[in-house]
Design a protein around this ligand. Sequence first.
Ligand code: URA
Length: 272
Amino acid sequence: MHLFDLGYIEEPFIGLCQDYPDSTVYPIENFRIEWGPIFHRGRLDGSARVLLIGQDPAQNEAIVRRILVGEAGQRIQGFLAKLGIDRSYVMINTFLYSVYGNVPAKIKKSAAIADYRHRWLKALLTTQPIEAVVTMGVLADEAWKTWAATPDGRNFSALQVMIPHPTKPESASDGDKQKLRDETQKMLSQWNTALQTLHTAIKHPDQEQPLILYGDTWQPGDKVAIPDFDFPPGLPAWMRESDNWARRVGKDLTAKRRNITLTVPKGVVPKP
Ligand code: URA
């Protein structure tokens, strides 16, 4: 049996996918708008208990049209599993399009970017029984605070917890192996603190279970595969279970923006 995500079949989500900001709001110098917007991952059917906010989609996401499906997604799926949440979640990103380069201050403050994000937040918070919000990284946290200061945001009272972005250890260590170990340990310890708060706050997990915290390093089972019911129909298992199958390649920056090369992992295709 192949389960899949039905997609955007009800309002307000149909409208959100019909009418979204383009390059007049997301400048093409700062965002890879050539790959289109990527909206969400998870439940839109009134069953999501945890809302997560990430940063921006990468190349895997551009192909499967759902967010947080690569390394960061599998790490956060493991985080949710520790809370007994294996289905009742929904995720959006701070940005609808993949960031190109650094995010300039004026983009961080863009009212038009925030307005559309606020439409999504309002849609989710009024249709889903959200018990906790998890923001991943500084930009997501700022996005949440901007929303929380609006009249609609002030009406929402559930817990919000900020955690370091799941790939912060890699971005903070710049290839230095010792630094990567230190940053990973630091992140897992901060995730443990967040888990303890969230475990108490989430009243309706999918599985009632004791909280088992992270160790100092990644352990087998800490990363969890993303379930088939989060993806559009018909995706091959390797797209859901592995990472690094989509790469931006090209001889210069423009060529890299124009190209995502997909490679089926070794072992999937039998040798002749
Ligand atoms: N992919 C996403 O969609 N969001 C992130 O924050 C990271 C990777």
